[in-house]
Every structure is written in C-alpha cells, then in structure tokens.
Design a protein around this ligand. Sequence first.
Ligand code: ADP
Ligand code: MG
Length: 607
Amino acid sequence: MSNIIKLLPDSVANQIAAGEVIQRPASAVKELMENSLDAGATQIELVIRDAGKSLIQVIDNGCGMSPIDARMSFERHATSKISDANDLFAIRTLGFRGEALASIAAIAHVEVKTRQHEDELGTCLKIEGSEVKSQEPCPCASGTNILVKNLFFNVPARRNFLKSNTAETRHIIEEFTRVALFQPEISFGMIHNDKPVFKLPAGSLKSRILGLFGNHYNERLLPVDQSTQSLRISGFIGKPEFARKTRGEQYFFVNNRFIKHAYLNHAVANTYTELIPTDAYPSYFLNIEMDTKEIDINIHPTKTEVNFRDARLVYGVLQAAVKKSIGLHSLSPTIDFDLDPSIEQVFVTSPGDDLKKPTVKIDPDYNPFNKGKTGDTTFPRRQPADTGWQKLYGDTPSGDRDTGEGPDELSTGGKPMAASRGRFFQVQNRYILTNIKSGLMFIDQQRAHERILYEQYFKQLSGKGQASQQQLFPYNLQFSAGEAEVLRTLLNDLSRLGFHIETFGGSSFVVNGIPADMHENDITLALEKIVENHKQHARDINYDKSVNLARSLAVSNSMKEGKKLSETEMEDIFDRLFSCQVPEVSPDGKRIIKVLVQEELEKLMKK
Ligand code: ADP
Ligand code: MG
C-alpha cells in the first residue's frame, strides 16, 4: 500500500495560515501598525491606495531590524516577543504569534526597508508569495518602512470576495482607529490615494478622540477614572443625550489593546438603560489596565478576544466607574437658567396667583442606579437641588421678591417675576406651558406622567417606596399556558407595584388589587403587554426586569393624550416631574421639556 501523507511546503502552509490572520486589507493594516507600536515607534504613517487593494504602506520610526532579523521576521513562528509558553501570560506587546509577516508575504508582493538606529546602512528586502526575490544593503531612515502590494495576487478567491473600495476603506479606518485610539502619545497619520484622512499629533486622550471622531465630540464626553487594587478603568463615555441609533463608537481596550467583549459591553449598556432610548447605544472609549497574568489573549488569531480570570470583578468595577461618571454629570442639559428674564413680560398669563415654590416630594435616598442594593457608595446621590428647578422661578425666601433683592439671577431691577401671575396653561390638551425666567417652558404632559410613574414604579420594584393599591372586586384573567408561565414568574414583582394577583389553577388568575393610578378597564391589556414585553426581551443582553416592568406599566397607566388638566393637576405634574431624577426624557428616551428662549421667540416674532 502506498503512503499518501506529505508535509505541505511552507509557502502553502503560510497561505493557509494567512487565511486566518489576513482576511482583508484592513487585517494587514492592523498587523503592520501593531508591529510599529511594538517596535517602540513614536510616529506611524499609513499610506494606502485603492482601499489597500493595490498598496498598504506603513512607515515608522521604531527600533528597526538588523539585516538578519529582517530576513527572519518573514519566517513562520518567527518572533522577538516571546520565547516560551510561560511568556504567553506576560504579554505586553500587541503581537506575539510570529505569523503576521509570514502570512502577508505569502499572499502579496512585499518590500521592506529597515534600519536600526545604531547602523549606518539599512537593508532592503523583497519577497513575493513567500519567495525571497532580493536582499541588499540600502541607505534609509532609521525605523521600518514596509510596502505591501497586490494583496491576494495569488489567492483569486479571496480577492474576489473583497467588498467595494468604500467598504474596504471603512474597515481600514476602523482598524486604524482601534490602533491609534489608546496611544495618544504617539503621532499617527493616514493617507488614502494621496489625500490625508487623519493627521493625529501626539496629545491627550481627549484630543485623540476628537481627532478620530470629530471636534463635535468635545461636548459629548464624560471622563471615567476608577481604580481598585487590581485594576484601573479610564477613558471617556458619551453623555446619555448623545447616544446613537447605531452601535458605533464602542471601544474597550485591555492594556491599550482593542478587544471585543459582549459581557463587559453589557456592564456599560446596562447602566444607561433608563437614560437613553431603547434603540440607542451609548458611546464609550475605555481602557482596562490590569496585570497580564489575569488575562488570556491567546484565544483567537486576531487577538481581539480575551478571557479574564475574574470577569465578574471587571464587570463590577466597570459598572461602578460608568455610574460614577454619569452621576457626576449634571442632568439638566435642556434647561438654560441664565438667560435674560425680560421675556417674562411678553406673555401675560391669568393674573392673581402668587408665585408658589413647587413642593418637592422626594426621597433623597432614592437612586435609580441603586437597584435594590444598599450601601452603594460609588454613585453620588443626586440631591433634589441639582435638578435646578428652583432656579427656574428663582428660589427666594418670601419678601425678597418684593424688594427685588433676591439671589443674583433674580435681580431684574426690582420687577416682580412675571411668573407670579397664573403659572400654568395647557396647550392643545397636550402640553403644559409655563413661564420661566429664561423663556417659555413646554412640557409634554403624557411623557412627563410616564417619567413620574416610571420612577415611582422603579423605586417600588427595588424595595423602596410603598405601592398604593386599590382593592378590586375579584377580577378573572385567562392566559395561554405559555403566557401564564411568564406571568407566574412576575407575580412577586407585580405585587411590589401594587397588584394583588393569585393563581387560580392552570392558566387562570384572580386580580384582587391593582396600583392606585390604574384604571380597572386597563388591567387585561396592561398585564398582557407586560407579559408580552417580558417574553420578547428577557433574552436581550441589555434586559433589566425592573426597568422593563416599570417602563411597561408607566406607559399603560400614564394619562392618555388629549386629557384636559386643571391648574392644580398641571402644578402637580410639574412638581412631581422636577422631583424626578431625570425630568428631561421619558422612559423610552423622548424629550419631555423644551424651553423656548428669548432669542427664539424674538426670531419667531420677526417673521
Ligand atoms: P509578531 O508581531 O507576532 O512577533 P510578526 O510576524 O508581526 O510577528 O513580526 C515578526 C517579528 O518581526 C517581530 O517579532 C519583530 O521582531 C519584527 N518586526 C516586525 N515589524 C517590525 C517593525 N515595524 N519594526 C521592528 N521590528 C519589526
Ligand atoms: Mg506582529
């Protein structure tokens, strides 16, 4: 019998390996730029042509290579970064597998010019499809200048699978971003078809983010910095109000290496759940620094996945860090308190009423992030004063107002505030209109009510705040077997919300009590929605039962559009809204408040 097994020639083995490491031009960009970082470069330029399909060039001022190392670097498993398996858990460099250059050289025309600082002459090496074509001494700058031409020239299948130039360029920009983001002290440049794409001088992390994503990020970022004994998390997160509809700017790094990690993403996303619309994603740019012994990065050839020895610890610290940062951020972006109050004169409301300070019914211990836990000191509590509502009217002791000697922002030449007339109007049975110092405030009554109920329910679900309940003449409910199963799992939470529901064999239930704000006619629909909602979303990675229940019930029980409100009811909504933690947005992220400032009113009147 004849033997049929043979060892593959290196060129073929390299081509196969290349399939794993180099999927598209962007993968080569990543590997080459990482090599430059590993070589200690402080300046790295990327030049591409035709989305990298005809040329990828990376020029660095790093340590360079000796002629022999240059030749060696293209062999498979040739690396200067590790020498035995133990080193795998002490990796500080970006590369270590020693297969990138070998892979690239197997499927492209490569030319490298490199010189170590101390050498007078450098070396120039040409390789095509794993075959060394030439190597000779050459004068060149210290550092490494590598050109990769005609990628996949000998793998037509790969070449044909490449996407349009636009799509491949997008991939390259993404890889470039991942490499450059957490290396702000290193300067980077990128040129595509002779046109500059990025010019990123060395600077702060913030300036690097602005350089990569645009100057408008300046007002969108919140700093994050949290250290514990074993790790530090630092960087920036996006303010909730700038959350995007597409999963875009989400960047985790571990020891400055970009990684993907669904579990950690959940830690961040979860913290934002009630602050942003359900279909929006928060931005983040975060680096986790920790001992290399605590992580395993050798689980995937592209090295973007890692295993943490204690992922739960990282999760916890990450969540605390993000909470702290959001908590420190003032949450009143839509209200500008400091505009000229003369506009108050323009709108005359019904006279007679004295200005009353809104009564605040607030539990100062309430913290929407503190889900059922006590003693969470990582999140600074937001005191009611922070909402700034007092400033809307000028929070002065009675008497001051008459003399015009209130706090500075109220001193309007001794004039009484216009707001001391009637305070609330209703427009189209939909908006509550009130006159504030800086202009006219519109409040969407239904969304405001949703926010109020949502925070109230959330508090009840986390064991704070007592539900008020109305007793019912026992009310029968019938569900399908599957739905009944879901409802049973929710009964405990529902009782915290004020429901008193008993199982009644099989899939029947009896409702004896419901939340005080609920209308008896809405019971079936509300519970059906709650069950349906839970069924649909329970598996989502961002799912939070309390948030979902509170949101669902708040929507069911809120006043319906077009409800006529009395002045007292409007005042009540106003007071309760501004006792909320997040009065500006509804639980599903829609705007509640709009202030028309003087300038806007003047513009309107000019037309
Ligand atoms: P790895 O980065 O995993 O070690 P590579 O195939 O990417 O493997 O590179 C092989 C070796 O070539 C590296 O270990 C390094 O010693 C050397 N090298 C690659 N690129 C550069 C560079 N730009 N400057 C200096 N040395 C380099
Ligand atoms: Mg490498």
